[in-house]
Write a protein that binds this ligand. Sequence first.
Ligand SMILES: [Zn+2]
Length: 470
Amino acid sequence: MTPLTLHPDRLFPADPETRDIARRLYNGVKGLPIVSPHGHTDPAWFAANAPFANPSELLIVPDHYVFRMLYSQGVPLEALGIPTIDGSETAQDPRKIWHLFAAHYHLFRGTPSRLWLDWVFAEVFGLKARLSPETADLYYDTIDAALATDAFRPRALFERFGIEVIATTESPLDPLDHHRVIRDSGWSGRVVTAYRPDPVMDPEHPGFLDNLRRFGEVTGEDISTFAGYLRAHENRRAYFREAGATSTDHGHPSAFTADLPRAEIEALYAKVLSGLASPAEAELFRGHMLTEMARMSIEDGMVMQIHPGVHRSHNPGVMARFGRDKGADIPVPTGYVEALKPLLDRFGNERDLTIILFTLDETSYSRELAPLAGHYPALRLGPPWWFHDSPEGMRRFREQATETAGFYNTVGFNDDTRAFLSIPARHDVARRMDCGFLARLVAEHRLGEDEAHELARALAYDLVKAAYKL
Ligand SMILES: [Zn+2]
């Protein structure tokens, strides 16, 4: 068996002098609480506080980072127990699924998934040998036994991980019952929601017209007019704020915005409501609604997050058999300068508005995003997202954005994950990479070490709390 070791200097610069500085910086921030302002954990976990089912149900079946890699190497999703839309049979035996995963664990060499998983195995479950076909049963039995104990229930792990606050993401149609249960339970863990209106704002969202009808029902507003539709958003945003929400989240295909005259948007809304909007009209509607969301954010104080630039469900065969979020989402080139101009013309100078921009198109960092965030008071840059939530992605982000946007137009780290157990590992990677980047600036005499200590803390904790008003 090969030992599983997490080297204390992992991810730090290899040059000894710079590494010493990185160590000192990291020592000042490694123990700070975790603030997780954007992610996709299931609030039902913290409401019910029931034990997680088994190692495969916890670490493989819900994690598209994991199964997409195995799928790319020819492992059928059915063999990994991924549920099918029509309910047809997939692998049921969690131990068999785990063995299949262990046999392919080498595929994750050099990926952030490997870093996160090794951390979970070593730190959360105390495993001391590397995962391989030979250790698969040891892993399965150790993790399965741990999950049956109270110390591994969701609330206990939340506390053990040092999570100060975590945000989940819900559709406006969600009744937020789990958040109510958490609040009423007397438990001290802080779990807040975020307003994700895509299902009622994107005419191309599956089930959109039915969603709109239900949106009218849950808000008690008449959504047959545009004025009523806006009131429904205002009403539902207030409902979300009562459940702790401080932010909205918008996952549009592009960063396109629009600011249409009232008569035009009313006519467009009528078309959208008829179900006859063309793809171009759907884009125009989404774009106008981003500007409306910014207006509402100025009124109610919610921070806006824009996550554009993904071609969702690129593989029609996988979409038809398994549905959305199955690892077939592929980034597309994304422009911000022209796309955001209508929104920025109207609200870009607002000091009380915060719009956090994300990208999967790294070519936009130094050309577009850093110059925009380095000018407009309303704009901030979100951390490297999704495919770029990785050591190299973090390094590229700091290298390309810092000289124009500075550190203080960024908002710290967010894990954006549904893989609950990996959250501390992800924040730890971000802290290590930021400390390594700062250490280089100190070693090159571009920054005092006292300033680097202040920045390390800001990037790990202060900036995220301030930006998300948490
Ligand atoms: Zn997200």
